[in-house]
Design a protein around this ligand. Structure first.
Ligand SMILES: *Cc1c(COP(=O)(O)O)cnc(C)c1O
Length: 408
């Protein structure tokens, strides 16, 4: 058979581990964020399959909140989004912005579809110009400045050297590019009050003045300086700075109901986690004192107890680093994950059965990731595995079924 015709494994019946996506939560979160950042406009970041929540689900939910601007990292993500929007006449994104590609990238598909591109180097501008010429239409670009993060973008001296080159594009390739935006990305916006954020904004403002002068000097041939969109804010900046700087805020994480701040819950921010990762108990058994659990026997029960076997392991995106630290919930009661989390399954110590013990049986639903009340939050999982909630949701594996349930 043709391997490319093989459907994803979740297309077959019997998937136990499910990521239930509450699309109404995404809509409500997007509305709340849009209200907070006004008059800046919300650009919803839907890279990495909408942070593991499913691109189509997230885009529909954001559109329901009035969002018309979307951002992705890679070219394939942009083209996937184009395909999604093109298939649905109700979905007409005004803006798809893509900012991560290499020198080998063919940008003509993006150019043809009207995808806007971040430009971080002189070479990238040449690539965009070639793509515009191939597509026979102007490409709207956002210059990216590195104001301190050290990732993509022109450093201030690089920008000074680049702007005359940009100006020459007006004669070299008239009508190929239109500069519509100037963007940067914060390094430490989740540390509220860190002076690094203000320093980055000051560098951005200097870059803006220089770019506006270049746009004015070229008489608008490269774009209208008065219409230039400046954008910097990500989730932590959009939820902490007052006012939110710039014309747009590029918000991913918090749209999905997750807190960007250590020590602040989503609920405290007025957000609702949109993903609930659930599984089921496969078996419950009684074991004697000293019985080991999972590879390496890193856990042995001190007294006779009950072990529950639960479907879900690191192939599903559950971090092995959280072994012997994590908890999950059954019927609202938390139980410890004992021993090493394996590829496909994990073990819980339910404690001894008998009087007063909660009855747990094969088939019971297990909440692996919840909202902190229904089950442990993504933030708790992040703490148990020395990472951030961003990684917890984006690492959910391809084997996990995404099930959309509008819980409102
Ligand atoms: C991922 C990303 C964002 C979104 O950041 P969140 O903290 O998830 O809101 C914004 N801008 C850029 C450049 C990004 O790569």
């Amino acid at each position: 058979m043709n391997p490319s015709a093989l459907p994803p494994v979740t297309a077959f019946p019997g998937t136990i581990v499910q990521a239930r996506i509450d699309s109404a939560a995404i809509t409500d979160n997007a509305r709340a964020i849009a209200a907070r950042i006004a008059p800046a406009t919300l650009l919803s970041v839907v890279k990495a399959d909408a942070y593991g929540h499913g691109l189509a689900t997230a885009v529909h939910a954001c559109r329901a909140a009035g969002v018309v601007d979307f951002g992705v990292a890679t070219v394939p993500e942009a083209l996937q989004l184009v395909a999604l929007l093109g298939d649905d006449p109700d979905l007409r994104a005004e803006r798809i912005l893509c900012w991560l590609y290499d020198a080998a990238a063919d940008l003509s598909g993006c150019a043809r579809a009207g995808v806007e591109l971040g430009v971080s180097t002189a070479g990238a501008l040449d690539q965009v110009v070639r793509a515009a010429q191939t597509a026979g239409r102007a490409v709207r670009i956002h210059l990216k400045v590195d104001t301190g993060l050290g990732r993509n973008g022109f450093t201030p001296p690089d920008l000074t050297a680049f702007l005359p080159e940009l100006a020459r594009t007006a004669e070299r390739a008239p009508g190929a590019v239109e500069v519509v935006g100037l963007m940067t990305h914060f390094a430490n916006a989740d540390a509220v009050g860190d002076p690094a954020t203000d320093e980055q904004l000051a560098v951005l403002d200097t870059a803006r003045s220089a770019l506006v002068r270049t746009l004015e000097a070229t008489g608008g041939a490269l774009g209208d300086p008065a219409a230039l969109l400046v954008h910097a804010a990500n989730s932590p900046a959009a939820l902490s700075l007052d006012p939110v700087p710039g014309d747009l805020a590029r918000v991913g994480l918090s749209t999905y109901g997750l807190s960007p701040f250590a020590g602040t819950t989503a609920a405290e921010l007025g957000l609702r986690p949109a993903m609930r990762l659930v599984s089921r108990v496969l078996a419950v058994k009684e074991v004697p004192a000293g019985h080991g659990a999972s590879y390496g026997l890193t856990y042995r029960c001190a007294a006779p107890t009950r072990f529950a076997l639960v479907a879900g392991g690191y192939a599903d995106g559950i971090p092995r680093a959280a072994s012997n630290r994590a908890e999950v919930a059954i019927g609202g009661v938390r139980y410890p994950v004992v021993g090493k989390i394996a590829m496909d399954q994990m073990i819980l110590d339910l404690g001894p059965g008998g009087d007063g013990a909660a009855p747990v049986a094969a088939g019971d639903e297990v909440v692996i990731i919840g909202d902190g009340v229904t089950g442990p939050s993504a933030e708790e999982w992040a703490a148990w595995s020395d990472t951030v909630n961003y990684e917890i949701v984006t690492r959910i594996g391809a084997r996990v079924a995404r099930v959309v349930c509008d819980e409102s």
